[in-house]
Ligand binder design. Structure first.
Ligand SMILES: [Zn+2]
Length: 385
């Protein structure tokens, strides 16, 4: 058996740490040890109290400018049905040129690739600026005590990076396909409409809440809310749940509830969407003579890093190593880059995302080494003043 490369070995070691969110599972300890050995100053940043407490790691080397940051998370989603895996989800088994395990793609492989890149760049002796790693244990969970708190801490300490690469698995098919330079925001709503229960054969004695509920949901029922922008796809809305309360085949229900989610671009804000919907709900409630409750929640606002120095340099490094012109995209779910954008330009690039969060999550070991080479090239590009 041939020996594993530094980056693949580190990926395997990280996968063996069962860091199912919010547990750090030894992954941050391992990373702290490795980075300390490379000369980084490491600091653990736990936030939150008791059960909610989350461990995080900040590591930095050098004091010059530019301050180049890499952000990532060591927490992973649960393995799911372990019996359905073809090898131990926390074993990091290498077979047929692939490494298998929870977090290989999302995103322990990306972190290992960056550490390998930093190691080789440091060994070259070329660093004029500084490099840091912002590693959270709270990306896959509630994201309350991870990157959002670290960003506040970085600001308070005056340690804001000049730019940041997030190592999420951004490539849909092949390494070099895609950089993410923004993400849409997310707004959820729980809606409940109160009618009057009654016999289905005597509807004039009842007030079915369903017609009102359907009218309220009309503008968010699998619709596009705008035509998109230069950088974003249209905002989209999807109904995710509908329930009747107290109904039967001969009973008009007392109440009905629904849930929906909107993924929105920079044409909207949480407030503008909520205002628009409340106005619409009030109109419908009046027309149908029902009362309603709407509970809104949002955990992400949209953000964009406009194409510029960071994205151009990242693209140049990618092209040099892959011969591909990486597209800039804002598709997909939200990411921790939404917090980092508050302190510096941020863009995401990592491994191929095909199997993330799935049974038998895996990545090609060759891709981990190629990503390490791309990150090293990005460091060369970005470290120029
Ligand atoms: Zn991730």
């Amino acid at each position: 058996m041939t020996a594993l490369s530094y980056a693949v070995q580190l990926t395997q070691d990280l996968v063996k740490c069962p860091s199912v969110t919010p547990a750090q599972g030894g992954a941050l300890d391992l990373l702290e040890g490795v980075l300390t050995e490379l000369g980084f100053s490491c600091m653990r940043l736990p936030f939150g109290e008791g059960e909610a407490r989350i461990d995080n790691l900040f590591a930095k080397i050098g004091s010059g400018r530019p301050h180049i940051a890499f952000a990532g998370h060591t927490d992973v989603v649960p393995a799911g049905d372990v019996a359905a895996w073809s090898s131990d989800p926390f074993g990091g088994e290498v077979r047929n040129g692939q490494i298998y395990g929870r977090g290989t793609a999302d995103m322990k492989g990306g972190i290992a690739a960056f550490v390998a890149a930093a190691k080789s760049y440091l060994e070259s002796g070329a660093l004029t600026g500084s490099i840091s790693l912002i590693i959270t244990g709270d990306e896959e969970g509630e994201a309350r005590f991870g990157t959002v708190k670290m960003v506040e801490w970085l600001e308070a300490e005056g340690l804001q990076p000049d730019l940041c690469i997030v190592g999420e698995p951004t490539n849909p098919h092949e390494l070099g396909d895609m950089i993410k330079n923004g993400r849409r925001g997310s707004l959820s709503c729980q809606l409940r409409v109160e009618g009057v229960q009654g016999h289905v054969a005597y509807p004039h004695l009842a007030n079915n809440p369903m017609p009102a509920l359907f009218a309220m949901l009309a503008p968010v029922n699998s619709t596009e809310l705008d035509g998109g922008t230069d950088y974003f796809d249209p905002s989209t809305a999807e109904v995710t749940d509908i329930k009747q309360i107290g109904g039967a085949s001969n009973v008009i229900p007392q109440a009905a509830s629904a849930a929906f989610n909107i993924r929105f671009n920079t044409e909207h804000s949480v407030n503008s969407l909520q205002g628009w919907l409340e106005e619409h709900f009030n109109r419908v409630a009046k027309q149908y003579e029902v009362s309603y409750q709407a509970e809104f929640s949002s955990n992400a606002s949209p953000f964009i890093t406009e194409p510029g120095e960071l994205t151009t340099k990242m693209q140049a490094a990618i092209t040099r190593l892959t011969n591909k012109q990486a597209s800039l995209s804002t598709t997909g779910g939200t990411s921790d880059a939404r917090f980092i954008c508050k302190i510096c330009p941020v863009a995401e690039f990592g491994l191929v995302g095909q199997t993330m969060h799935k049974i038998d999550e895996h990545v090609a070991i060759e891709d981990i080494d190629r990503l390490a080479a791309i990150y090293a090239e990005m460091l060369v590009e970005l470290d120029r003043n």
